[in-house]
Design a protein around this ligand. Structure first.
Ligand code: ZN
Length: 225
């Protein structure tokens, strides 16, 4: 695999190397298409085609108050298929982060797989490569992380990496996930990102008496981009 196009990484310098205390939940990973924005069969190719799902900005603002790294983990095979350039996807992500930031939310880092499905890379979900790369960069214990996504690939990546998956019904695989959740009661499936944040909040409370609500006490130290 060529190292230079393996994945795009953004690591805020404020976080890198910073010693963070062990917490019951260390980070939240988020899928993009179908979780934050409307998934398009023909891919999101422009800022105009990035349409956020209802309630997403409010949910991200609430998530930001948990004072945890929020890391986007996304397959963008449209790059490898030659449909959209790296640079264009970066512009779309810059726009996404601007929208989120303006609504008091944040996305601290973005890890993406640019490869087509037949490339056999280690990073395309359901492979756990992006999650493992993020865990390495951010010094995270994946068993203490949650991954909010909308697809079987997200579920697969989360389970292989050892994260807690939280699935939402806002993507194209909602029916498939409903059937899976019916068969497997351990699958956490909720309506949308807002409900996923509710579930996460309860999970954090259940995992310890302490939930790190740092945003009120001090302005978040990792809003950098
Ligand atoms: Zn890849």
């Amino acid at each position: 695999m060529q190292d230079n196009d393996r994945c795009l990484r953004r690591l805020p310098s404020q976080i890198a190397g910073e010693l963070r205390p062990k917490r019951p939940v260390e980070a939240v990973f988020l899928d993009r298409d179908g979780t934050l924005n409307v998934e398009r069969a023909d891919y999101v190719k422009s800022i105009e085609e990035l349409v956020l799902l209802p309630g997403v900005l409010d949910a991200l603002a609430r998530l930001a108050t948990f004072d945890l790294p929020l890391i986007l983990i996304t397959n963008q095979s449209a790059i490898g298929r030659g449909i959209v350039s790296h640079r264009r996807v970066e512009r779309i992500h810059h726009h996404l982060r601007s929208l989120v930031h303006a609504a008091q939310g944040r996305i601290d880092a973005i890890y993406l797989c640019p490869h087509p499905p037949d490339a056999g890379c280690d990073c395309r979900k359901p492979k756990p490569g992006l999650l493992q790369a993020a865990a390495n960069d951010w010094q995270l214990d994946l068993a203490r992380c949650a991954f909010i996504g909308d697809s079987m690939a997200d579920l697969g990546a989360a389970r292989t990496a050892g994260c807690q998956p939280i699935l939402v019904r806002t993507g194209r695989q909602a029916q498939q996930l409903d059937e899976l959740a019916h068969r497997d009661p351990t699958v956490v499936l909720v309506n949308d990102l807002s409900a996923a944040v509710d579930w996460l909040e309860q999970w954090m409370k259940a995992n310890s008496g302490e939930i790190a609500l740092g945003a009120q006490a001090h302005s978040s130290s990792h809003t950098a981009r």
